[in-house]
Design a protein around this ligand. Sequence first.
Ligand code: SF4
Length: 381
Amino acid sequence: MPTIAHSHALANQRHGPAHPGPRSRKQFLHDCLRVLTSAAMAFVAAPLLAWRPRIASDLSLGTAQPDRTGREPQIDPAFVPSYLRLHRAGELQRRGERLHAMMASCQLCPRQCGAARLAGERGFCGASARLEVAAHHPHFGEERPLVGRGGSGTIFMTHCNLRCVFCINADISQGGAGARRSLDELATMMLTLQDRGCHNINIVTPTHYAAHVVLALDRAAARGLRVPLVYNTSGWERLEVLALLDGVVDIYLPDLKYADAQMAATYSSGAGSYPEVTRAGLLEMHRQVGVARPAPDGLMYRGLMIRHLVMPNGVSGTRESLTWIAEHLPRNTYVNLMSQYRPVFKAFDYPAIARRLTRREYDEAVACAREVGLTQLDIQG
Ligand code: SF4
């Protein structure tokens, strides 16, 4: 196929001999035909050449970009992220395609709402198959072993499948704040955060975009991504999806929000299966990555880090959840007991959660965690 440059060169021959003789007339007509053919090729080929990368970007086809990272990753040079082996084997792309196919009648999260996302439909979560991202930047408010000195490289996904009435990021999770992004752009965000010195890539609310995350990770790995991948999830995950993330994720960072199905249904849009499904998910996450322990350099490279937001009036079922962790996971499981609950968004419509947590409630949560034998606690205040 001629290149566009060749086509332009042939087209310029239109301005050949002004008065061709009998023999050259045949040559002239031949040249005219070539010029017209080439011009037509240029007319058709140029849009096609411009179009291919867009298809590749949106539908996960096409080739990876060349390496483009500048700085060395700010991590232990001996660390090898688990996704790199899958990338080299071509397995990351295959996993991503399997997750992508699950969006045909979407089964990516426990709602299993069946939205035809590949046909453009939006699901209960608000997402279609088109990736939307709200923000990406180094974050210094995450857990200390994720933040280090360079920050945690957070990428905030637009939309959410849980839709909690007290969401602190409701403009993003339920208001749709964000912009359309391609897979290559997501890969570039990951690499940019690594270049800026972040110690990990922290995907916030990844569940409904699991396919996009894995496919973009594959491209980023080809371009030099080496920092750990953090899967920062509500915890409400299907085991079928977690199985496809085995070996992809280095650090699972799930919430354990509720112990009671009725509470989950009331405050998280009917998600009554949350306690049961999330507990099963935590066991699977632990099976995959084990206990999270900071390395000698103070950074976290692998493991399960559970977040439990203590809510007022016992809504979060703190004692029951902490007891469950102590009885079903190693006692040194990393647990961040979060105290920062405050009523926002629709929380004022629900009297039980329409106030901040008291000091006493938080102290009781800490005492409970110690009482049940948990040893690796991240305690605030
Ligand atoms: S990820 Fe979204 S579209 Fe898919 S099942 Fe869940 S709520 Fe529905």
